[in-house]
Design a protein around this ligand. Structure first.
Ligand SMILES: Cc1cc2nc3c(=O)[nH]c(=O)nc-3n(C[C@H](O)[C@H](O)[C@H](O)COP(=O)(O)OP(=O)(O)OC[C@H]3O[C@@H](n4cnc5c(N)ncnc54)[C@H](O)[C@@H]3O)c2cc1C
Length: 434
């Protein structure tokens, strides 16, 4: 049995391992160091392009739960991370060189993986495409042919997303502009003083320094909210924060209104409309928590504006990560619309297992939607809102039947449900045992 994996990043390396350990002979194509990307530094497999942190190990967080799920599913990425771990408190941070070396060593040890250093420009079947946010241009052209155009995005300009449970409902209200249509937006009203203080903080906040390749490309159609604020005291009030047509319950008018749009069916996630931003993440928390109602907002995704090649996967990918109508071809990693090192690796893990199933005539796996992995599968294949690459979050899973008020206990319950459901499911997956 043979398969090929295109892209030796987080997702591709994990996918190659999952195939190899199940007896599939894998050709893993990685274009570096022959062809460089704008951010990778060397030629190592599974290179971490930015932070060396794989986030929290606390099992009662979504990130910690994902780690535990990946451990149960025998993830190479997670094993290599623990071998290469460096002290970082509750976070799993790694020595990036050692991490990459451990991945290469483990793939080599399978005796089933041949690494070919070349840029792939054609897409075969029996393959997993895991070429990441910096997919080479030639391959992107081919991917567009497979997905029929209009589905491949080249940069990500996304507003932050907060959990519905963390919004102070006493300060915000549902209303449609001019009372027309469904009242789908939650409105955060601002007085003049609140607005001016907010604008001042926004203008002064620390921003990400864009890389040269990102300048120009990103600003053509989309202006960061802080840049708009810089254009004048009222620019935001005439832009995304315009209050016209929005009245309170007693008909009161406001100086400015921030609108939050539902991101899912569960009332679990809300998007800050028009807030695509280049502020660094801690500054997003500090400044956006000045918005009335968001004082204790829990951010499941920060706003970003960077080069990022990703598919509009819903309607194109099945939940098992295969292409609809071309089921021997899979995608994995950030290109599918998951976001983050471990989320990318997790999708590679599932795509690897599923390509093996397809090669052997078995049934592919969609993990329970209560699990972090399963919720990502559901997200990329079914999401109906504004599709943007997404981290794992408990808010992506169905709500608990009985809502638990205490936040810590609620998170614990989400985590326990995920791990219990995965443990029950795992006996269906060949090559994994508890
Ligand atoms: C600038 C930037 C910073 C980021 N920082 C973080 C962070 O700090 N923390 C975090 O959790 N996530 C971060 N991410 C998001 C994401 O987690 C990483 O990009 C992650 O590496 C994605 O994994 P992947 O396997 O999908 O892609 P990658 O790890 O990028 O792997 C894709 C591989 O495919 C190769 N490739 C591309 N085209 C071809 C081709 N045609 N033929 C052969 N090989 C090809 C590339 O060289 C690369 O090695 C960042 C993303 C970007 C763009």
């Amino acid at each position: 049995m043979k398969a090929c994996v295109i892209g030796g990043g987080l997702a591709g390396s994990e996918a190659a391992y999952q195939l190899a350990k199940r007896g599939v002979s894998v050709t893993l194509y990685e274009m570096r160091p022959v062809v460089a990307t704008p951010v990778h530094r060397g030629g190592g497999l599974a290179e971490l392009v930015c932070s060396n942190s794989l986030k929290s190990v606390d099992v009662n967080t979504a990130q910690g739960t994902l780690k535990e799920e990946m451990r149960l599913l025998d993830s190479l990425t997670l094993r290599a991370a623990y071998i290469a771990r460096v002290p970082a408190g509750n976070a799993l941070a790694v020595d990036r060189e050692r991490f990459s070396a451990e991945i290469e060593k483990a793939l080599d040890a399978t005796g089933m993986v041949t690494v070919v250093r070349e840029e792939v420009t054609r897409i075969p079947d029996d393959a997993i495409v895991a070429t990441g946010p910096l997919t080479s241009e030639k391959l992107a052209v081919e991917i567009e042919k497979v997905c029929g155009g209009q589905r491949l995005y080249f940069y990500d300009a996304a507003a932050p997303i907060v959990t519905g449970a963390s919004i102070d409902r006493g300060k915000v209200f549902f209303a449609a502009r001019y009372g027309k249509g469904d009242a789908d937006y939650l409105n955060c009203p601002m007085t003049k003083e609140e607005y001016l203080a907010f604008r001042e903080a926004l203008v002064a906040a620390r921003r990400v320094i864009l890389k040269d390749f990102e300048k120009g490309e990103l600003f053509e159609n989309c202006m960061p909210v802080e840049e708009m604020a810089r254009r004048g005291a009222d620019a935001l009030r005439f832009g995304p924060l315009r209050p016209v047509g929005i009245r309170g319950a007693d008909g009161e008018k406001y100086h400015a209104v921030v609108q939050l749009r539902k991101e899912d069916d569960y009332d679990g996630l809300y998007n800050l409309v028009g807030f695509q931003t280049n502020l660094v993440f801690p500054e997003q928390e500090r400044v956006f928590r000045m918005i009335p109602g968001l004082e204790n907002a829990e951010f499941v995704r920060y706003g970003v504006m960077h080069r990022n090649t990703f598919l509009h996967s819903p309607g194109f990918l099945n939940a098992d990560f295969s292409v609809r109508g071309r089921e021997r071809l899979f995608f994995a990693g950030q290109i599918t619309g998951v976001e983050g090192y471990l989320e990318s690796a997790a999708s590679g893990l599932i795509a690897g297992i599923n390509l093996y199933e397809r090669l052997t005539g078995g049934s592919t796996h969609v993990l329970p939607e209560t699990t972090m992995c399963g919720s990502l599968q559901k997200y990329v294949s079914e999401y109906r809102g504004d599709f943007q690459p997404m981290h794992v979050s408990f808010a992506l899973t169905p709500p608990q039947e009985n809502r638990i008020k205490d936040k810590a206990l609620r998170k614990k319950a989400y985590s326990e449900r995920a791990l219990s459901d995965l443990t029950k499911y795992i006996e269906n997956i060949k090559g994994v045992s508890i």
